[in-house]
Design a protein around this ligand. Structure first.
Ligand code: ZN
Ligand code: ZN
Length: 124
């Protein structure tokens, strides 16, 4: 893809809301290369200091939690520290979304062509 087009496409993807830089609510595990749902996050409770609080609820004080509130949040799958996504990770997420959008568009073009061929055959 031409660089400028890629840039425009990236902007389009951003505007379309496929990804929301800086506002994402999910933590990211570099080890597993994935965004972590609440239940995959563990860390220290900011309210009572319980060390193995879950991403959604503290087992110590029972308070509902947001994974982003946890002190030293970690990935439950691999145990690695989990942080907010970096820009390059957001870019790669955007690329994946762009690639998927491209595949969908290509599929639609093929379907449309097949439909036209079918119509031409029926008409002929
Ligand atoms: Zn707690
Ligand atoms: Zn992990």
């Amino acid at each position: 893809m031409h660089h400028k087009i890629a840039q425009e496409f990236f902007t389009h993807i951003l505007n379309a809301g496929y990804i929301e830089p800086r506002t994402t609510k999910q933590l990211y595990c570099e080890q597993d290369a994935m965004f972590l749902a609440d239940r995959y996050v563990t860390g220290t409770c900011p309210h009572c200091g319980f060390a193995r609080a879950r991403g959604d609820e503290c087992g110590g004080c029972g308070k509902w939690l947001d994974p982003l509130e946890l002190i030293e949040p970690a990935c439950k799958i691999c145990g690695e520290h989990a942080g907010g996504p970096r820009d390059d990770e957001l870019v790669s997420a955007a690329r994946q979304a762009a690639a998927e959008a491209g595949r969908v568009a290509a599929r639609q073009r093929i379907l449309e062509r097949e439909r036209q061929e079918l119509r031409a055959r029926v008409a002929g």
